[in-house]
Design a protein around this ligand. Structure first.
Ligand code: 6PG
Length: 237
C-alpha cells in the first residue's frame, strides 16, 4: 500500500508557535463537536512532546464540561509514577478552563494490562465515537500510540477486522507494559493530528512515507495509509 498523499505538513519556527497553532486547531475541532453534537471527544498522546500544547489547550475558551478526554495509549503504571500519561494529562491539560473536562483513563489499577484490558475496552466502548480530534506523537523507531515495531500485539492492534477497543502491548523498547487504543479505534476521528518535533523525527516520517529501508517497518505507516481523514502533521525543528 502507498501512504495516502492526503497529508499536510504545518511547519513552525519553534515549539511555542507550534503549540499555540495546534491548540487553536484542536480547540476549533472541539467547538465544532460541541456545536453539532452537544459534546466533544478528544484523544491525546503521552510522552514529552505534548507539554506546551497541553498548556495552551487547557486555556482554550470552550465548554469543557461537555468534553471527554482520553489517551491513545498508556504506560501500565500507577498515576503517581512520573511515566504515567494520565498524570501528565491531569497536570498539564486538565487545568485552567479544561479542569472542567471529564477524563477517561485507560489505566485501571489492575496488576497488568492483560488483566485490565476488559475494563479499559469497556471504557473505550462507552465513548461517544467518533473522536472530534486525535493527536498522535511518534518515536524515532516509527512507533505511534503503542504500536511498537516489535510489539507483541502489533498485528492485532493494526488489524481492521478485530473488534475495536484497547489492547495490551509489550515491547523491549516500550519501557513498561502498555495499553493502546487499536488503530481502527483511533481512526474513528473527524480530525487526525501528528505532532512531531526535531529534524530526526521529520526524517523518520519521510522514511515512513517513502516505505524505503527501515521506513517499511515503521508502524506509523499504518496510520498514514489507513486514515480516512487527512493527516495534519505539526512539526518544528
Ligand atoms: C507514549 C506515547 C507515544 C509517544 C511517542 C513520542 O505514551 O509514549 O503516547 O506514542 O507519543 O513515544 O514520545 P515523545 O513525545 O516523548 O518523543
Amino acid at each position: 500500500m502507498t501512504p495516502s498523499p492526503d497529508l499536510t505538513i504545518h511547519e513552525f519556527a519553534d515549539s511555542q508557535a507550534l503549540a499555540t497553532a495546534l491548540a487553536g486547531r484542536v480547540a476549533e475541532a472541539l467547538r465544532a463537536g460541541l456545536d453539532e453534537r452537544g459534546f466533544a471527544l478528544l484523544a491525546v498522546s503521552g510522552g514529552r512532546t505534548p507539554l506546551g500544547f497541553f498548556e495552551r489547550l487547557s486555556q482554550a475558551t470552550l465548554d469543557w464540561s461537555r468534553v471527554q478526554v482520553t489517551l491513545v495509549d498508556e504506560r501500565w503504571v500507577d498515576e503517581p509514577d512520573p511515566r504515567s500519561n494520565a498524570r501528565l494529562v491531569r497536570e498539564h491539560l486538565l487545568r485552567h478552563a479544561a479542569a472542567a473536562a471529564t477524563f477517561v483513563p485507560l489505566y485501571t489499577g489492575a496488576a497488568s494490562p492483560e488483566e485490565g484490558q476488559a475494563e479499559a475496552s469497556r471504557r473505550v466502548h462507552a465513548l461517544p465515537l467518533p473522536f472530534d480530534a486525535v493527536v498522535l506523537g511518534m518515536g524515532l523507531d516509527g512507533h505511534t500510540a503503542s504500536f511498537f515495531p516489535s510489539g507483541d500485539q502489533l498485528e492485532a492492534a493494526l488489524d481492521p477486522n478485530l473488534p475495536s477497543g484497547a489492547l495490551p502491548m509489550r515491547a523491549p523498547d516500550a519501557g513498561e507494559p502498555r495499553i493502546t487504543l487499536t488503530l481502527p479505534t483511533l481512526l474513528q476521528t473527524r480530525q487526525l493530528f501528528l505532532h512531531i518535533e526535531g529534524e530526526d523525527k521529520r526524517q523518520v516520517l519521510a522514511q515512513a512515507r517513502s516505505g524505503q529501508g527501515e521506513g517499511a517497518h515503521y508502524p506509523v505507516r499504518a496510520v498514514l495509509e489507513r486514515s480516512p481523514v487527512s493527516v495534519a502533521v505539526y512539526w518544528c525543528p
